[in-house]
Write a protein that binds this ligand. Structure first.
Ligand code: 5GP
Ligand code: MG
Length: 270
């Protein structure tokens, strides 16, 4: 393959890819185009580029070197929870907001998915930081219906609704250093299931990993899957308590690759 990794780690990571969507060369050339468009548009203006960590770090590093203008660079760090709430929930991991008053801002992220992250950050910039304007640049844009009405002004590539890794995008914290963007083989996309208390006796184990048949599935689908493996679980069905990444979850909550799902018997007594 043309893009086979040049070192053992890269090779190992690439062997876990089902397909490569964009090679390093394609990414670099697209970012150069984006940099040129931004250079033309912001010439003579006070520009600050703000990236979202961690995913947007590599994109930032490459993009700002293709913007041939004086500029300032800053970052924000957020954590987003993809719960069932339609508003989503984006927590800022820092107290200090970037200094943006009197500046045109381009906000960067690796990928625009539901739009919650970018829309929450943009809203906060506009209400608290008095920028002259805020535009959005993303390396990738997923072709899905957004939860928030936010679109990017500069887009590197459109991608379908699949889970991609590489070039800053992680799966469980790994793969960010892959120089290309690809899709993981399904056998590497799993959720971890933890059983508690007497459920350990029923299932004979404390934890397991299961492969996701689709990109995502609901808790009730996940439980159905477990009931076919462990018949003894089924009688508990509606009484089981389920938490996804340490937060209690309802039956229609969606689990995604990399999630940790804890399954507990109902709380006894008072
Ligand atoms: P949004 O708030 O738009 O739903 O999500 C944006 C964030 O979700 C991105 O910054 C990224 O961290 C993560 N994300 C969304 N889709 C993908 C994907 O396909 N792969 C990876 N690795 N992260 C994703
Ligand atoms: Mg991210």
């Amino acid at each position: 393959m043309e893009n086979s990794g040049s070192n053992p780690l890269e090779k190992r990571l690439q062997e876990r890819l089902e397909k490569i969507l964009f090679t390093r060369e394609e990414i670099c050339s697209r970012i150069a185009d984006m940099g040129e468009a931004i250079t033309n548009e912001y010439s003579g203006q006070p520009l600050t580029v703000v990236t979202i960590l961690q995913g947007g770090a590599l994109f930032m590093a490459d993009l700002i070197r293709e913007i041939h203008l004086p500029l300032k660079a800053d970052s924000v760090s957020v954590e987003s929870y993809d719960g069932t709430e339609s508003t989503g929930n984006v927590t800022f991991l820092q107290n200090r907001m970037p200094k943006l008053d009197g500046r045109h801002v381009i906000l960067l992220d690796d990928i625009l998915d539901t739009g919650r992250t970018l829309s929450a950050i943009r809203r906060r910039f506009l209400t608290e930081c008095s920028p002259l304007s805020v535009k959005i640049a993303v390396l990738l844009s997923k072709q899905i219906e957004r939860a928030e009405s936010v679109e990017a002004d500069y887009v590197g590539f459109e991608v379908g609704n699949e889970f991609v890794v590489g070039y800053g995008l992680d799966y469980n914290g790994e793969y960010r250093n892959l120089p290309l963007i690809g899709v993981l083989k399904p056998e590497f996309i799993t959720v971890r299931i933890l059983f508690f208390s007497l459920l350990r006796d029923i299932t004979g184990q404390e934890e397991m990993e299961i492969q996701l048949p689709e990109q995502t599935l609901s808790i009730s689908q996940l439980l159905d899957n477990l009931f076919t493996r462990y018949e003894g679980l089924k009688e508990w069905d509606q009484k089981l308590l389920v938490a996804v990444n340490c937060e209690y979850a309802s039956r229609n909550e969606i689990v995604q690759s990399g999630d940790e799902v804890a399954i507990m018997p109902p709380v006894q007594g008072g």
